[in-house]
Ligand binder design. Structure first.
Ligand SMILES: Cc1cc2nc3c(=O)[nH]c(=O)nc-3n(C[C@H](O)[C@H](O)[C@H](O)COP(=O)(O)OP(=O)(O)OC[C@H]3O[C@@H](n4cnc5c(N)ncnc54)[C@H](O)[C@@H]3O)c2cc1C
Ligand code: FES
Ligand code: FES
Length: 482
């Protein structure tokens, strides 16, 4: 019934038997209940503004069955999307922990020096995003600094002075208290992580379990077949923070070691369903460029630091950007239950609006992405109202193979946002196969494409505009493929 984590440099415990917190109390709500933790703010409670950003440090590698952890990773996270049990075994760092009683941290001082704050509501969130990036890579490039701040909004100061503060911080040669105390922190975290039992929190209204191994997970699934599976919880948390739902039973996979494995072989990537999107992004930059491009416009860093690949596929959302992109990479999924595993093509896995082939006793265990051959031209696109922290209005992914005469041999055309599920444009694919890859044929194909989908009109776009976007994306792919 207890979770343990580091806060203010000390091991802190929450006993759910003796407190008013529930298993789905968010870390933001918890921090705001402590009188000294006023830095962290609630702006939106849905991951969109960054005012609640904190930094979480955890042992690296976290999947430490085989290898003892040797260092810490620091990540910026939206505390409004974190359920309290998910910080078990980690270090929680808030803006109050930066600097010393005498001096501000170099980042805070730079914010003061550049007048980077007016009302101040967004300021702690910005500081914590810059801090996490600084700890992850104190030599970050301009591009990496901008990327680290895409999840933080400011409505009054403007971004120039904030960026100036970040630039100054990254130029400073500064060893902060966290670096000085790293060995001590690692020892404390090892101490609270040595127990490999299932974490069980059962209150009158809710049950929340964190299995550490697949065996524990499947035992739980047998006992609680209807429990909600969460991995990064970025999707599920909104049911609580916005929907005000009391989720009765949760099995949280975020600390299940076997789901965090990432392997690259000569022919494929095997990615555990629990690997977070930011880690995948860092690993595939040069090897799977279309996937890297889509991961770079996925949410913002705080979201990618928590959201998992299994979670993006598991939602079966018609605007799930990464599952849509993976159609073009001919991705396969390994589904597992307590007794066996089966492999299924990703495009057979999604069967309808938020419906999948998953049986009640199964989970998505591994995602297999074959390495594309030299002949395959793969690209993916996302159209949204802004480039970051926005969901797709229409998205598309393509995989083209031509023969030496320029005739289309194989072609995958997939759209998100055009129907109730991510879907192939089957008739357009069929039309273009065995034809020359020319602008003339693409113009003809667009006429077929026009009839393939009957999209909805909603707040993001009219149906008519969606059809135009869908056709234009095919032409864009054609132009770029040439
Ligand atoms: C601010 C914000 C921005 C976002 N931006 C984007 C975006 O740009 N593009 C986009 O596509 N999405 C976006 N999302 C949606 C969401 O973050 C993603 O879909 C994310 O990948 C979900 O992963 P998760 O691990 O957090 O899922 P969770 O919330 O943990 O789970 C989501 C679903 O998947 C199921 N699931 C999780 N893991 C497994 C598993 N191993 N086996 C079986 N089922 C499983 C769960 O049961 C649940 O139904 C955004 C969300 C927020 C809050
Ligand atoms: S409160 Fe807006 S991102 Fe958390
Ligand atoms: S300083 Fe007011 S919102 Fe940023």
């Amino acid at each position: 019934m207890k979770i343990s984590f580091l806060l203010d440099g000390k091991i802190t415990e929450i006993d759910f038997n003796k407190s008013n917190y529930t298993p789905t109390t968010t870390v933001l709500e918890y921090l705001r209940s402590i009188s000294t933790k006023t830095g962290v703010k609630e702006g939106c409670a849905e991951g969109d503004c960054g005012a609640c950003t904190i930094t979480v440090a955890e042992l690296q590698p976290p999947t430490s069955n085989l290898q003892p952890p040797t260092s810490l990773t620091y990540r910026a996270l939206n505390s409004c999307l974190l359920f309290l049990p998910s910080i078990n075994g980690k270090q929680l760092i808030t803006v109050e922990n930066l600097g010393t009683s005498k001096d501000l941290h170099v980042i805070q001082q730079a914010m003061v020096d550049t007048d980077a704050s007016q009302c101040g509501f967004c300021t702690p969130g910005f500081v914590m995003s810059i801090f996490a990036q600084y700890k992850a890579n104190s030599k970050s490039s301009e591009e990496q600094i901008v990327d680290a701040l895409t999840g933080n909004l400011c409505r009054c100061t403007g971004y120039r002075p904030i960026m100036d503060a970040a630039r100054i911080s990254f130029k400073a040669d500064y060893k902060d208290e966290f670096s000085e105390k790293e060995t001590e922190t690692i020892q404390l975290l090892q101490e609270i992580n040595k127990n490999n039992d299932i974490l069980k929190i059962e209150t009158d209204e809710q049950k929340y379990f964190i299995p550490k191994t697949l065996t524990q997970l499947f035992e739980l699934k047998k006992k609680l077949p209807n429990a909600n599976i969460v991995s990064g919880s970025t999707d599920t948390a909104l049911r609580v923070t916005i929907g005000k739902e009391i989720i009765k039973e949760i099995i949280d996979l975020s600390q299940t070691f076997e789901l965090k494995e990432f392997t690259e072989t000569e022919t494929e990537f095997k990615i555990g369903s629990g690997v977070v999107l930011e880690d995948i992004r860092n690993a595939v930059e040069t090897k799977l460029p279309a996937l890297y491009k889509m991961l770079s416009v996925f949410g913002a860093k705080q979201i990618r630091n928590k959201a998992t690949l299994g979670g993006n596929i598991g939602t079966a959302s018609p605007i799930g950007d990464i599952s849509m992109t993976l159609f073009a990479y001919k991705t396969k999924l390994v589904l597992a239950n307590s007794k066996s595993e089966r492999t299924i093509d990703l495009d057979k896995f999604i069967t309808g609006y938020r419906k999948t082939e998953l049986n009640q006793d199964e989970i998505i265990k591994t995602i297999i992405i074959p390495k594309p051959s030299k002949n395959e031209i793969i690209n993916a696109y996302k159209i949204s109202k802004r480039s970051h922290l926005d969901i797709s209005t229409v998205s598309a992914s393509f995989n083209l193979e031509k023969d030496s005469k320029g005739i289309v041999d194989k072609l995958i055309i997939v759209y998100g946002g055009m129907s109730a599920m991510t879907q192939h444009a089957t008739k357009t694919e069929e039309f273009l196969i065995d034809k020359k890859w020319t602008e003339e044929n693409i113009l003809e194909a667009q006429k077929i494409l026009e009839t393939e989908f009957t999209p909805l009109s909603d707040a993001r776009s009219s149906a008519q505009a969606r059809v135009i976007m869908c056709k234009n994306l095919l032409m864009k792919f054609y132009n770029e493929s040439c």
